[in-house]
Design a protein around this ligand. Structure first.
Ligand code: F6P
Length: 520
């Protein structure tokens, strides 16, 4: 592997830093990009011809076109696991024979279950990438097959499986176990509980009521899932990208297969845009570059996701995992420390709830965050008044963050409200709003599967480009793997009567002893 120069050694980096430092937020120009039916408004970011020139050079110096080609055509872009990250192949119409064959099995399974009017209840067991995307789809599009109910069980916390199974009829329940590795402790433990629940109810063939979706079909078979009930995906699909695989089974069973097809089409359209649009009009590329400017030059440590749509509440954890698991890295591809900060903290909540929760911090806190406002132009309910108000709130919060309020404006306002000059001078300091806080406005025509698919692909490609610029691998997650490994040792120690082994720190050993005696 060729050594990757560190970001700060690239000539384009210093050009970009000085270009950004010379650019103030202007609000004078409208700068939007259309991609796969979505409009992305970058007017609230730092933009100038000098920034554009420097970012184009930066991408060249990172061999962007070559790397993008590798990503989109199954090249090894995850060198620490020696794998491709070819989730885009799952959503292309013309794809590989193995993907097509699995799609056909998937569709046949759904058709058969629907025709036979089988499975009144679905219990979806999976965590992280095997969970968030499915929850997002179902909360975005509701249940169109109203005769089926869906429950999600992710957490190892026994309360999750307890409430997940409560009041369901075991004889008419399908347990969907989604796990790329089929080793994740949470998922396998919860699946075991569900199986016991089926058995305890006297279900004649309990394993027949379990479906597994995994990249390790042999492990699912060993666990007891019948081969015909195992759907496969491949090592080259990362767990946090597995929504595009048969992990969509629960969505297809409870909403419709059309949702899956629509999302695939929208994501594929975004892939095409990413592959073909010129860099200055390439939405994922521009989103990535503005994220880098915000993080490394304006030193903004977090990105707030503000979907102005209650149906998109799960978009926040979905993007959190996508960004933070991918970009939470501190060594580059050479194994050397990255010289600048990498992925921001990602957090958020749907507006307008978020306004009444933490927006004050965004407006006047000492640090602030970059904000992605996401909104649908058209709603799917009949109360136009609600939607206009939602849109107005989204635009107003964004405008306040952009424009701010000067001391003079605030002072004048206080005088007009009848405050005496002294009081007005004091109060105006509290009402002054710095403004100039970077944000992006993402407008979907409406929340269709097509546009949600495109939106998710937009963020995926953005993350890829940021990983490339930082020179890190966005497709592994060794830190989480380490935590998983330590937990498996501690679980064994909690179950034993012997004292904890000496490799623990004093505090961990103390709590292992304490929980061993008082635990469940
Ligand atoms: O959090 C680590 C992780 O490996 C994620 O990348 C993944 O989405 C999650 O665990 C679940 O893993 P699996 O699908 O293998 O059960």
């Amino acid at each position: 592997m060729q050594p990757t120069p560190s970001l700060t050694q690239l000539p384009a980096w210093s050009e970009l830093v000085s270009a950004v430092e010379q650019t103030k937020p202007t609000l004078n120009g409208l700068y939007t990009i259309e991609a796969a039916g979505i409009t992305i408004d970058f007017s609230g970011q730092r933009c100038s011809p000098a920034i554009e020139t420097a970012t184009t050079r930066l991408l060249e110096q990172r061999h962007f076109e070559q790397q993008r080609h590798a990503l989109l055509h199954g090249g090894i872009v995850n060198p620490t696991e020696n794998r491709a990250a070819w989730h885009t192949a799952l959503r292309q119409h013309m794809t590989t024979p193995e993907v097509t064959a699995e799609r056909e099995r998937f569709n046949a399974f759904i058709r058969h279950a629907d025709t036979a009017h089988r499975w009144r209840h679905i219990v979806h067991i999976g965590i992280g990438g095997s969970d968030w995307g499915v929850r997002l789809c179902i909360s975005a599009f509701g249940y169109s097959k109203l005769w089926r109910t869906v429950r999600f069980v992710a957490n190892i916390d026994g309360h999750a499986i307890e409430s997940g199974l409560a009041d369901l009829n075991p004889h008419d329940t399908l347990v969907v176990v989604a796990s790329k590795s089929f080793t994740t402790a949470e998922t396998l433990t919860n699946a075991q509980r569900a199986l016991e629940w089926l058995k305890a109810a006297g279900v004649p063939a309990p394993h027949e009521q379990v479906v597994a979706i995994t990249a390790k079909p042999e492990r699912a078979a060993q666990w007891g899932v019948p081969t015909k009930n195992i759907f496969t995906f491949w090592d080259w699909v990362g767990g946090r990208f597995s929504l595009w695989s048969s992990v969509g089974l629960t969505t297809a069973l409870s909403v419709s297969s059309d949702v899956i097809a629509g999302m695939h089409a929208g994501a594929a359209a975004m892939d095409h845009h990413f592959e073909s649009a010129p860099l200055s009009h390439n939405a994922p590329v521009q989103m990535a570059l503005h994220g880098i400017i915000n993080r490394n030059i304006l030193h903004i440590a977090s990105l707030n996701i503000a979907p102005y749509d209650s149906r998109l509440a799960y978009l926040v954890p979905y993007i959190q995992q996508l960004e933070m698991e991918s970009l939470g890295k501190s060594v580059d591809l050479n194994g050397e420390p990255v010289p600048v900060a990498t992925g921001p903290v990602v957090w958020g909540m749907p507006g307008t709830d978020a306004q009444h929760t933490f927006f004050q911090w965004l407006h006047q806190g000492t640090e602030g965050a970059a904000v992605d406002f996401i909104v649908c132009q058209q709603a799917d309910h009949r109360w136009q008044e609600h939607h206009q108000s939602l849109l107005a709130n989204c635009l107003a919060q964004r405008e306040a963050m952009l424009r701010g309020k000067s001391y003079e404006q605030a002072y004048e306002e206080c005088l007009q409200q009848g405050h005496a000059p002294n009081a007005a001078a004091w109060l105006a300091k509290h009402r002054t709003h710095q403004g100039g806080r970077p944000n992006t406005l993402i407008v979907l025509p409406r929340l269709s599967p097509y546009h949600l698919g495109a939106l998710l692909a937009l963020y995926e490609h953005k993350v890829f480009v940021q990983g490339l610029i930082w020179g890190i691998n966005p497709f592994d997650q060794w830190g989480v793997e380490y935590g998983k490994f330590l937990a498996s040792d501690i679980i064994k120690e909690l179950q034993q009567t012997t004292p904890p082994c000496t490799k623990h720190d004093v505090s961990t050993a103390y709590w292992i002893n304490k929980f061993k005696n008082k635990g469940a």
